[in-house]
Design a protein around this ligand. Sequence first.
Ligand SMILES: Cc1cc2nc3c(=O)[nH]c(=O)nc-3n(C[C@H](O)[C@H](O)[C@H](O)COP(=O)(O)O)c2cc1C
Length: 386
Amino acid sequence: MLRYLMAGESHGPALLGIIEGLPAGLPLSPGDLAPDLARRQSGHGRGARQRLEADEAEILAGVADGVTTGAPLALRIANRARPERGDPARPPRTIPQPGHAELAGALKYGFANVEWVAERASARETAMRVALGGVAKKLLAAAGIEMLGYVVAIGDVAMPALDLSWADLSARADASPVRCPDPAASQAMAARIDAAQAAGDTLGGIVEVAAVGLPAGLGSYVHPDRRLDARLGAALLSIPAIKGVEIGQAFANSRLPGTQVQDPIRLQAGHIVRTTNHAGGLEGGMTTGQPLVIRAAMKPIPTTRQPQPSVDLATGREAETVYRRSDTCAVPAASVIAAAAVAWVLAEAVVERCGGDRIEELVERVTALRQAPMPWERAMYRGDMP
Ligand SMILES: Cc1cc2nc3c(=O)[nH]c(=O)nc-3n(C[C@H](O)[C@H](O)[C@H](O)COP(=O)(O)O)c2cc1C
């Protein structure tokens, strides 16, 4: 079983993460986690904070001679940003931002100072999720599973359908100012972000995560909490501001008749193949062996330069929100965080299915799963039993 815990506030000294259940022998260094941490910080539309941070994950435990030891892995990412208006002496912030966790959090925990809510509810914690997801990606890569997150829409600008190789998709997402693999759409998205910023407003959008190399049969239909689609949905919805999840072409599929939606089961050179992937690589809560394709919708950033109606919790009077340092659009960052979240769930599922105290045992078992004989090639097939 693979599990993690995190701690840390937005303007505290550091973010902390602990992973338990990693197999021994997985090569791992801070350099493996650096590219995605940098990707999370970049992207047109991010606010001033990203210029203050240069996220680096330190490995404090669980690695010796450059490989995991099987002991809990401890990670730390230092925060460089200090609160905008100076430290503890600053006056409490008592006007909650609509769309943020501040009002519900203040009512729930009995705080008048909504900063106490924002410190933990802030998406700063997603830096650690990206580091944890980076470890998961490393484990998956050892087993031949690759992962990619990119942007398919920002505001009302959507990317057209593209037919790209994995390498092109990845290179184009990295080259785009908004992590969108289509250059023309990228430009239009960046222009929309500029217009929103000039208007004192913010934008949301849609990210897509794809994973290839998955063996069939990760996850299970036997109990609701083992369904991989449910687990992936929960992981994506746990990212701040993610409000919708689509597996495969779920919303388009809902408008079509069944014969046009189900992915045909065919034979090619004696092997079962699927000729389309409308399901997004999942059936019955299990991987089909097809690429996993999953989308997440992000709402616009709550904090806007334009004031919004609220109530001052100190006076009990209606008041307008006061702007503080914030992103205009964080959809490019969300694509990296979403890939990390998906990587984590897939790594959990691989460890559950294939286990192993050592990474080579796990890799061997994943390879065996991929090469499993077809049902009719087995000496005894459960389908034959009375
Ligand atoms: C990468 C990222 C960056 C974010 N940046 C901001 C921000 O600068 N200002 C803000 O008000 N909300 C920001 N958010 C969204 C809030 O964290 C989120 O809306 C809030 O915690 C309330 O949670 P909910 O939207 O899931 O209900 C960001 C979210 C993500 C994923």
